[in-house]
Design a protein around this ligand. Structure first.
Ligand SMILES: Nc1ncnc2c1ncn2[C@@H]1O[C@H](COP(=O)(O)OP(=O)(O)O)[C@@H](O)[C@H]1O
Ligand SMILES: [Mg+2]
Length: 326
């Protein structure tokens, strides 16, 4: 039997109306996440990954607006909900680990106060029970001597420890869906591996679904069941992880795969894809990837490429995939 789809995003458009023009940060994105599944959301910086996640929480920063689409959580469109219903939803049902822990943690509160606040608010337990749960969570994410560190402030934690504390806070209410927005990008490879392991353990334990945002396909290979590749606000390819690595049908995905550092280069500099990342205020006509694509043809410069099935469960938006991989 198919697992239920806990989260369904349909034709989501999140735009920024700026003085210089309209930025289509998320431009017609459709995907779903099954219960217990880990979905990777990959793409270079600026491709719309964070705004997709923030839209799912209805936390798009000004002047950004969700201008189209539906976001179903357990078959309920959260875009219909009043703000009051979102308090329970954020944190308890869908929770997010942000890219920059320093902006997400409150500098004037101790780590313990921030964790306990969330737990008391969502679980309705006593202060002392919330404190015990917080200490246990900090222990689980690998913070040494948590009964002491719980009384420290964010600035007393190292970058890696802050990120672990963020993860502990995000997991403290056992969310059904965890949105992890590049949670390991700023960390060194060893800590990155530990955090990936930690999320895997906790996910196995609670059966939560995870959307793992990254620009690093190496991490995707380690962690994800399925992958959606984003470019200039759109999903350009989507497939099961093995299918994507063995049978990609999009030139952009191929470029990303070639940029994975392997062997002794792991964790070192990425080899960038040729050409410049797209300027969303000045997208070229046709396929947004065309100016960088080694397979570009005239038709690509006028097409409006839509995701099409390659085979069941595998979709590509390249208008030439049949020819290129014939
Ligand atoms: N606060 C903002 N004001 C204006 N434009 C923004 C803002 N945040 C994001 N954008 C636009 O949205 C695009 C997608 O951003 P984002 O989702 O953060 O990308 P990613 O997470 O993939 O790096 C960016 O390229 C930028 O053009
Ligand atoms: Mg981002």
């Amino acid at each position: 039997m198919d697992m239920a789809e806990i989260l369904k995003v349909q034709d989501l458009k999140t735009y920024f109306k700026l003085q210089d023009g309209l930025v289509k940060a998320v431009d017609g994105v459709t995907f779903s996440v099954k219960e217990g599944e880990v979905l990777g959301l990959v793409g270079e910086s600026g491709s719309g990954k964070s705004m997709t996640c923030r839209s799912i929480l209805r936390l798009v920063p000004e002047p950004g607006k969700i201008v189209n689409g539906k976001i179903f959580y357990n078959e309920m469109d959260i875009l219909d909900w009043p703000e009051s219903r979102l308090v329970q939803y954020r944190g308890k049902e869908v929770s997010m680990i942000l890219q920059e822990p320093m902006t997400a943690l409150n500098p004037v509160w101790t780590i313990g106060e921030q964790m306990m606040e969330t737990i008391v608010q969502h679980e309705g337990v006593s202060q002392s029970e919330a404190r015990n749960q917080s200490i246990e969570l900090l222990r689980k994410v690998g913070i040494p001597v948590p009964e002491r560190r719980i009384s420290e402030y964010p600035h007393q934690f190292s970058g890696g420890m802050r990120q672990r504390a963020m993860i502990a806070i995000a997991l403290s209410c056992r969310p059904k869906v965890l949105l992890a927005d590049e949670p390991t990008t700023a960390l060194d490879v060893t800590i990155q591996d530990q955090i990936i392991k930690l999320v895997q353990d906790l996910q196995a334990e609670t059966g939560a679904s995870v959307v793992w945002v990254t620009h690093d396909l190496g991490v995707v290979a380690q962690l994800c069941d399925r992958v959606a590749v984003m470019y200039a606000g759109r999903i350009v390819e989507m497939a099961d992880v093995i299918e994507l690595f063995e049978n990609s049908r999009h030139p952009y995905t191929l470029g990303l795969m070639e940029s994975i550092p392997t062997g002794e280069l792991k964790g070192k500099k990425l080899v960038p894809i040729q050409g410049n990342p797209p300027d969303l205020l000045n997208l070229p006509a046709g396929c947004s990837f065309a100016p960088r694509c080694r397979y570009v043809m005239d038709a690509c410069r006028t097409a409006d490429p839509q995701l099409r099935p390659v085979k069941p469960g595998h979709f590509s938006a390249c208008i030439r995939f049949e020819e290129i991989w014939s």
